[in-house]
Design a protein around this ligand. Structure first.
Ligand SMILES: NC(=O)c1ccc[n+]([C@@H]2O[C@H](COP(=O)([O-])OP(=O)(O)OC[C@H]3O[C@@H](n4cnc5c(N)ncnc54)[C@H](OP(=O)(O)O)[C@@H]3O)[C@@H](O)[C@H]2O)c1
Length: 292
């Protein structure tokens, strides 16, 4: 595809909480950090170029978290893109900390979430965060207490919309009794369909679904993916993204990359159209794996 024709807008838009609309191919900024999602990126100039190019390609939704780096991803976004262009939505998260490379510790206590939101506001140079996501429920904190804290921060004008991540339908239903929920972010791809029912729930209730790790893994998935990719003259990654876009109109993929070339390929997937048969073939991958 001609690079001038690549645009995230080709995937159409998705509503966030009925208040904001963004193009349906976003960018996940977790990979703009060092090895193990720890420390600064090896190639800072390259990371800055990826962020700038994402905006040129019509990406207007960037997903990040205070724990990416920690802080590195949020800081890099602000250093590169502030003052932000009109319409750019930055979605960040809190409640899951990163004490060292490849390590995660929970803290979704009300006191920590308050500090986390203040920290993200400061690093992102914002008065109000468009989308703030609870990164993951904390097993030793009452889930309602975490959500109630985010609801309070919303009432205080520090958060515009609230999202959840790594949750079940029960979590979403409990949260929605406390405060409107705009989005859900869970691991999901054509080959990884544990959260199919949550996607359906989100579609039914008008919530955006943000799949993370959207690239399918495994041998069977690879075989099907390569076949469909060849037919379209596309890469397997592009087909994985195209499947997501086709799966539901509330799907908002956020493929992550540290490479401008990969970014361009990922956003170009917004223009791919899978046939009904290809959609079905890819959708059947989990059953194919189970039957082998
Ligand atoms: N809520 C959560 O708990 C959670 C967890 C994980 C991630 N996330 C979010 O989801 C986003 C996406 O997830 P992810 O980064 O783990 O997974 P991903 O987007 O599925 O995959 C990223 C990996 O694929 C490679 N890649 C990307 N585009 C490619 C292309 N066109 N061709 C070949 N390789 C390509 C990247 O390497 P290169 O850098 O070399 O391109 C990177 O190693 C993250 O950035 C983050 O914002 C959220």
């Amino acid at each position: 595809m001609n690079k001038n024709n690549i645009s995230a807008s080709r995937a159409g838009e998705v509503s966030l909480g009925g208040e904001l609309s963004v193009n349906r191919v976003g960018f996940g900024a977790m990979r703009l950090t060092g090895e193990g999602i720890w420390g600064p990126p090896k190639d800072r100039t390259g990371a800055v170029a990826v962020l700038r190019r994402a905006l040129e390609l019509g990406v207007n939704f960037i997903d990040t978290a205070d724990s990416y780096g920690p802080y590195v991803s949020e800081e890099l976004i602000a250093e590169t893109l502030f003052p932000y262009p009109r319409g750019l939505v930055i979605a960040t998260k809190g409640g899951w900390n990163r004490p060292g490379p490849d390590q995660w510790t929970h803290d979704a206590t009300p006191s920590h979430l308050r500090k986390a939101v203040e920290g993200s506001l400061w690093r992102l140079r914002l008065d109000c965060i468009d989308v703030y996501q609870l990164h993951i429920p904390d097993p030793v904190v009452r889930f309602d207490a975490s959500v109630e804290t985010l609801a309070e921060l919303r009432n205080e004008g520090k958060i515009r919309l609230i999202g959840l991540s790594n949750v079940t339908q029960e979590h979403i239903e409990r949260a929605r009794k406390i405060v409107p929920i705009a989005s859900v972010q869970n691991r999901y791809s054509f080959a990884d369909r544990e959260w199919d029912y949550v996607v359906d729930y989100c579609q039914h209730n008008g919530l955006a679904f943000i799949p993370w790790f959207p690239l399918g893994a495994g041998k069977v998935a690879g075989e099907v993916l390569n076949r469909v990719a060849k037919a379209h003259g596309a890469s397997p990654t592009q087909i994985a993204i195209a499947w997501l876009l086709r799966r539901s109109p509330i799907m908002l993929p956020i493929p992550g990359t540290s490479s401008v070339e990969h970014l361009e390929q990922n956003v170009a997937a917004a223009s791919l159209r899978l046939s009904e048969q290809e959609l079905e073939e890819l959708s059947e991958v989990p059953e194919l794996v189970a039957s082998r």
